[in-house]
Design a protein around this ligand. Structure first.
Ligand code: ASP
Ligand code: MG
Length: 421
C-alpha cells in the first residue's frame, strides 16, 4: 500500500504565483518520494482579510450565511492555481472544493465543525495517480449549504482529511520554521522545539501561539495523526513534530510561553447569589455560539449577597456578547456590565509541571518583580494563565521565558510577517 501524506500550505505560502510554483515543487517532491499526496491550501495572502473588509464596508453585521459564501471563494482561487502549477510542471493534479469532496459539517455558519469526510472520490483519484488539491477552511452541510470552519481553519481541514484517509502524516507548511518556546518576534532567543505533545500544543494554541488552529491539534490528538509544523521556504528543515505525550521525554517543567492579545474581559457585576445565574449567563452565550475562556465568580459578598461574574471572550464576539447580556439583564437582576479589551492572557504551558510544586509561585513572583498586575488567574493540569494589562504582555512573556530557562544561545531568525493563522 502506498502511503498518503497530507500537506497544508497557509496563505503566505501561496501569496503569489511564484510562491505557488514553489509549493508545486514541494508537493511534487513528496510525490516523487513514492507517496500519494493530498494538498490543502488556504486563500492567497491576506485575501480573507480583504473579503472581510469588503463585507464590513457594506454591512456592520453581515449575515453569517453570506459571509461563508464570500469567504469560501478565497480558497477556490488558490486550489485551481496550485493544480495548474502542478500540471504545468508535468504532473497530474486535480482540485476539489469541500462540496465536491464531501467535507460535511454541522449546520452552523462561520465556525462549523467537521462531522464527516467522504473519501471515495479522493481514493479514486489517488488510485489514478493524481495529486489532489483540496480547499481548506470550507465545508458543506447535508442541505448543501456552504460553511466555514472559523479563521485559520485550513489547518483543521488538513488534519481531518489526514484522519479520514488514515494518512501517514500531516505536514503543515507555514512561514515559521516550527513551534517555538515563545514568539521569536517578542523574544529573539526563543528556541525551536523538535517535539511537543498534542496536549501542550493544544494549550499553547489556545493560549495564543498563532501557529496552529486549536481544533486542528484537537483532531490530531483524537485520531493520533502525527503532525509536523515546518517551513514552506526551508523545506529541508524538519520543523516540529507534534505527537502523544507518552512518546516523549520531559526534561523541563515549562515547554512554552504564550500571550493572547485577542481576548476581552467582561464582568457582570452584582449578580444576586441564587442558583441558576451562571447557567443563565453561559447557557445563553452558548446558544449564541460565543466561546468563553477564563471564568471567575467572586466569593459572595455577605452584605449585598451578590457575586461578580467575570469571564473572557474573543474580542471579535464582543458586540454579540454585550447584546446577549443586555437581553438577560432583567432576568439576572444584576448590576452593570463592564467590558475591557485592553487585556492580554499570558500563559505558561508544560506537561512537566504535573506534580512539580512551585511553578505557579515562580510565575507570580516573576510577574510581581516586573510590576505586572494580575487581574485573573486560571489553571489546568499543564497550564497556568494570568490575565494582565495588554501593555504588560511583552514584558511578562520575556521575563517568564527567561525564568523557566527556555532561551537558547542563538538568536532565531525573525521575519516581519505575522504567522499565517
Ligand atoms: N483563509 C482562511 C483564513 O484566513 C483560513 C486559513 O487560512 O486557514 O482564516
Ligand atoms: Mg493558517
Amino acid at each position: 500500500m502506498r502511503k498518503i501524506i497530507v500537506q497544508k500550505f497557509g496563505g503566505t505560502s501561496v501569496a503569489d504565483t511564484d510562491k505557488i510554483k514553489n509549493v508545486a515543487q514541494t508537493v511534487i517532491k513528496e510525490k516523487n518520494n513514492g507517496n500519494d499526496v493530498v494538498v490543502v491550501v488556504s486563500a492567497m495572502g491576506h485575501t480573507t482579510d480583504y473579503l472581510v473588509k469588503m463585507a464590513k464596508d457594506l454591512s456592520p453585521v453581515p449575515s453569517s450565511r453570506e459571509m461563508d459564501m464570500l469567504l469560501s471563494t478565497g480558497e477556490g482561487v488558490s486550489i485551481a492555481l496550485l493544480a495548474m502549477a502542478i500540471q504545468a510542471a508535468g504532473y497530474d493534479a486535480v482540485s476539489f472544493n469541500a462540496m465536491q469532496v464531501g467535507i460535511m459539517t454541522e449546520n452552523v455558519h462561520s465556525k462549523a465543525r467537521i462531522v464527516d469526510i467522504k473519501t471515495d472520490k479522493l481514493k479514486k483519484n489517488l488510485a489514478e495517480g493524481k495529486i489532489i488539491v483540496v480547499a481548506g477552511f470550507q465545508g458543506v452541510t447535508e442541505d448543501g449549504e456552504i460553511t466555514t470552519l472559523g479563521r485559520g481553519g485550513s489547518d483543521t481541514s488538513a488534519v481531518a482529511l489526514a484522519a479520514a484517509l488514515n494518512a501517514e502524516r500531516c505536514d503543515i507548511y507555514t512561514d515559521v520554521e516550527g513551534v517555538y518556546t515563545t514568539d521569536p518576534r517578542v523574544v529573539p532567543t526563543a528556541s525551536r522545539l523538535d517535539e511537543i505533545s498534542y496536549e501542550e500544543m493544544l494549550e499553547l494554541a489556545h493560549a495564543g501561539a498563532n501557529v496552529l488552529h486549536p481544533r486542528s491539534v484537537e483532531t490530531a490528538k483524537q485520531f493520533n495523526v502525527p503532525l509536523r509544523v515546518r517551513s514552506s521556504f526551508k523545506t529541508d528543515n524538519l520543523g516540529t513534530l507534534i505527537l502523544g505525550v507518552d512518546k516523549m521525554e520531559i526534561y523541563k517543567p515549562v515547554t512554552g510561553v504564550a500571550a493572547d492579545l485577542s481576548q476581552s474581559r467582561i464582568v457582570v457585576c452584582d449578580v444576586p447569589d441564587v442558583p441558576g445565574q451562571a447557567a443563565r449567563i453561559f447557557g445563553k452565550l452558548a446558544e449564541e455560539n460565543i466561546s468563553v475562556d477564563m471564568i471567575i465568580q467572586s466569593y459572595a459578598r455577605k452584605v449585598s449577597n451578590t457575586n461578580d461574574i467575570a469571564f473572557t471572550i474573543d474580542t471579535a464576539d464582543i458586540d454579540k456578547t454585550i447584546t446577549t447580556l443586555n437581553s438577560l439583564k432583567k432576568e439576572l437582576d444584576c448590576g452593570e456590565i463592564q467590558v475591557n479589551n485592553e487585556i492580554a492572557k499570558v500563559s505558561i504551558v508544560g506537561a512537566g509541571m504535573i506534580d512539580r510544586p512551585g511553578i505557579a509561585s515562580t510565575m507570580f513572583e516573576t510577574l510581581a518583580e516586573q510590576g505586572v498586575n494580575i487581574k485573573m488567574i486560571s489553571t489546568s493540569e499543564i497550564k497556568i494563565s494570568c490575565l494582565v494589562n495588554k501593555d504588560d504582555a511583552k514584558k511578562a512573556v520575556k521575563a517568564l521565558h527567561e525564568v523557566f530557562g527556555l532561551s537558547c544561545s542563538e538568536v532565531a531568525e525573525v521575519k516581519g510577517d505575522l504567522p499565517d493563522v
